[in-house]
Design a binder for this molecule. Structure first.
Ligand code: HEC
Ligand code: HEC
Length: 244
């Protein structure tokens, strides 16, 4: 690379990065025209604006008790361990973790659950189960080559956190699926129409849901629903249950 090109890149970075940071601040605070006294600049208002990002992340990581190590790490532990805050061993930093890994999985899990030095119990997230913390410890340990096994998610915990077709499924149906299935647009089997559904369910409910998830003829994949597969499944169950 020529010296000229290098100077160009350095200049672009010097000018570009502060401009980028300013733009981000403006986005987060709702623009420069608001001064600190305006209602949109209170801590509560700013928090409310940025909160959906954090909440969405927690939602994605699954119901309490069933979150895996990566999900727990990303929603809780990362806030310190990603950068090595407060003297915490940095994620994937083999040097920082070496001596700790040799304490053994059980000891590390105990320390993470009870707290150690500047680390609060469970990283400050009291709602985590001991197993969820253990999964996060395994995830972090394995990032530096330890061969820890994440405690499995108990079948009960997964079932207990199942998305309820009658609640969440109905909500999705009412906002997305009803557009076609409400009146039978484009040949869609109509809601609660026993005859229209009976022939489709000959291969079983799960088969029909699988077909719908992939999309079939005039029905786009998941009916155009952009949420998780599990949520789509709940909506389909709600729709199908209504025809029984
Ligand atoms: C508020 C910051 C913070 C958060 C959040 C945090 N940690 Fe820590 N963690 C620390 C610090 C600081 C240490 C080093 C403590 C020491 O050795 O004195 C540490 C150490 C550890 C250790 C090593 C313990 C040992 O025996 O050497 C493990 C394992 C660990 N953390 C797991 C986790 C897990 C799992 C989470 C998420 C559930 C988490 N941490 C969240 C700050 C944090
Ligand atoms: C744009 C219109 C449209 C939307 C929105 C839509 N569907 Fe459909 N759906 C159809 C049509 C059309 C069919 C029939 C396709 C065929 O067999 O040709 C169908 C069929 C199905 C079937 C039966 C599949 C089979 O194997 O026969 C299921 C289950 C289903 N939809 C579920 C849903 C769910 C759940 C939603 C909402 C998340 C949804 N659909 C949203 C148009 C739609």
């Amino acid at each position: 690379m020529s010296a000229k090109a290098l100077i160009g890149i350095v200049l672009a970075a010097i000018v570009g990065i502060p401009v980028f940071i300013l733009l981000v601040i403006q986005l987060a605070t709702g623009g420069m025209k608001n001064n600190a006294a305006s209602p949109s600049m209170t801590n509560e208002a700013v928090l409310a604006r940025i909160q959906p990002i954090g909440l969405a992340k927690l939602d994605d990581s699954g119901p309490p008790g069933s979150r895996n190590g990566k999900a727990v790490y990303e929603s809780v532990c990362m806030s310190c361990h990603a950068a090595g805050l407060a003297g915490s061993p940095k994620f994937a930093d083999a040097g920082a973790w070496g001596a700790r890994i040799s304490k053994g999985f059980a000891t590390l899990v105990e320390h993470a659950n009870k707290g150690l030095g500047a680390m609060p119990a469970k990283g400050g997230a009291a709602d985590l189960t001991d197993d969820e913390v253990a999964r996060a410890v395994a995830y972090m340990g394995n990032a530096v080559g330890a061969k820890f096994t994440e405690p499995p998610v108990a079948a009960g915990a997964a079932a207990g956190g199942k998305i309820d077709p009658a609640v969440k499924g109905k909500e999705i149906y009412d906002s997305v699926c009803v557009a076609c299935h409400g009146t039978g647009v484009a040949g869609a089997p109509k809601f609660a129409d026993k005859a229209a559904w009976a022939s489709r369910l000959k291969g079983g409910v799960e088969e029909a849901i699988k077909t719908a998830a992939k999309g079939i003829n005039a029905m786009p994949a998941k009916g155009g629903y952009t949420g998780s597969d599990a949520e789509f499944h709940a909506a389909a169950e709600y729709l199908i249950n209504a025809s029984k």
